[in-house]
Ligand binder design. Structure first.
Ligand code: ADP
Length: 395
């Protein structure tokens, strides 16, 4: 049987990230981004075999972008596309694994939308467009939350009145599940351990950041909660703050809920602390020049990350290793070394040269021999979504 092709789609409210994944090749034959959808600057950009190209789509929406993508995908896949995998952020408690898209599954994704008001409606736009443009193809939804549905109740419940959980779904869900699952499996392979018999701490550090405790291939705890704001310091998100901060700001500054939400989601994190940027690369450069805000932002980021990892240690029977992934985790020896320096209690120690070597897609072990494993594992959410899609197509 020839190697199969899956188109992976990740829709935002005004964007679509896409990748054509071929099961036999690690490089994507085609990948790109449609952005500013719905505006006069709407544009489709793609890369195929090292060649970059773009097409303006003035006022184009998700459907218009996918319609333009169709011939590109046909060209890059040699005419045979076997299915489409959609990244969907929130699967609530309903979905513990990827699902073939049926009217019933689509209705459930719609019903869960109040828990992810920015994300699930955007995914549904992409799903509707893809189903009407590719009606003959099997399509699958892969949920960011699904991997964390194995959390025990003591890890997913908040200490708030039970009715909020039972009637309104107020609990911890966790996100980045596709990445945590992919890299914890890769880590087990790299270490020569069985996925089903190994325990990992994972730090996914991109623009959004989260940690996860993975035991025997299952998520047992994670740092994000009801929404992706809980937990670590991120690019523009605060992570954990005192829950009374909302009341305090409302009372003392008269801020509205919308202003507080915006501040915590868009103006905080690395950007808020540094007063400079949400981008770790820029902050590292500014720190080199002695910028106080950038220096502080990196210190807080690493300390809070280490604190989260140490806390998640409670969910592990033993530690087979710590995994760094995501744009920062895969590329910042500085963040890795500062974080590990706070974890001496776990006996972690980094090999300086190995740590420096693992950047730009190079993964590997970076610990000092004789100390617990620390691995850099490049994530590949698109490939995991494609693999999940293929598994369902075979079922
Ligand atoms: P997303 O969550 O949007 O997928 P990424 O996983 O691409 O984001 O991560 C983006 C983050 O990775 C940014 O903060 C960026 O500065 C950081 N990053 C990328 N390359 C480097 C680098 N060489 N050194 C430090 N940080 C880096």
């Amino acid at each position: 049987m020839p190697a199969r092709n899956i188109l992976v789609i990740n829709c935002g409210s005004s964007s679509i990230k896409f990748a054509l994944v071929n099961e036999a090749h690690s490089q994507f034959p085609l990948h790109g981004l449609a952005e500013c959808l719905g505006s006069r600057d709407a544009v489709l950009r793609w890369q195929r075999g090292g060649e970059k190209d773009s097409l303006m789509l003035p006022q184009g929406d998700h459907r218009a972008a996918l319609a333009q993508l169709l011939p590109l995908v046909q060209g890059a896949s040699g005419g045979t596309l076997h299915g489409i995998g959609h990244r969907v952020v929130h699967g609530g408690e309903r979905f513990t694994s990827a699902q073939r898209l049926t009217p019933e599954v689509i209705a459930a994704i719609r019903a869960i939308a109040p828990l992810a008001p920015l994300h699930n409606p955007a995914s549904l736009q992409g799903i509707d467009a893809a189903l009407s443009l590719f009606p003959q193809l099997p399509q699958v939804a892969v949920f960011d939350t699904a991997f964390h549905q194995s959390l025990p109740e003591h890890a997913y419940r908040y200490a708030v009145p039970e009715t909020l959980y039972r009637q309104h779904g107020v609990r911890r869900y966790g996100f980045h599940g596709t990445s945590h699952r992919y890299v914890s499996r890769r880590a087990a392979e790299m270490a020569g351990l069985a996925v089903g018999d190994s325990s990992w701490l994972v730090a996914h550090l991109g623009n959004g950041c989260s940690t996860c405790a993975v035991v025997d291939g299952q998520s047992r705890d994670t740092s994000m909660g009801l929404t992706p704001l809980e937990g670590l310091v991120m690019g523009t998100r605060s992570g954990d703050v005192d829950p009374n901060l909302h009341g305090h700001l409302a009372r003392t500054l008269g801020w509205s809920l919308e202003e507080i939400d915006r501040m915590l989601n868009k103006d905080s994190g690395l950007l808020g602390l540094s007063g400079l940027s949400n981008d770790m690369r820029s902050l590292e450069q500014a720190r080199e020049r002695g910028h106080a805000g950038a220096t502080l932002a990196i210190e807080v980021f690493c300390y809070r990350l280490a604190k989260s990892l140490a806390a998640l240690g409670c969910a592990l029977p033993q530690l087979d290793g710590l995994v760094f992934t995501g744009g920062i985790g895969e590329n910042s020896p500085l963040v890795r070394s500062k974080t590990v320096a706070h974890l001496r209690l776990l006996h972690l120690a980094l090999d300086k040269e190995a740590n420096a070597r693992c950047v730009r897609g190079v993964g590997g072990a970076i610990h000092v021999p004789g100390h617990p494993r620390v691995l850099v594992v490049p994530t590949n959410e698109e490939r995991q979504i494609a693999l999940d899609t293929l598994t369902l197509l075979e079922a």
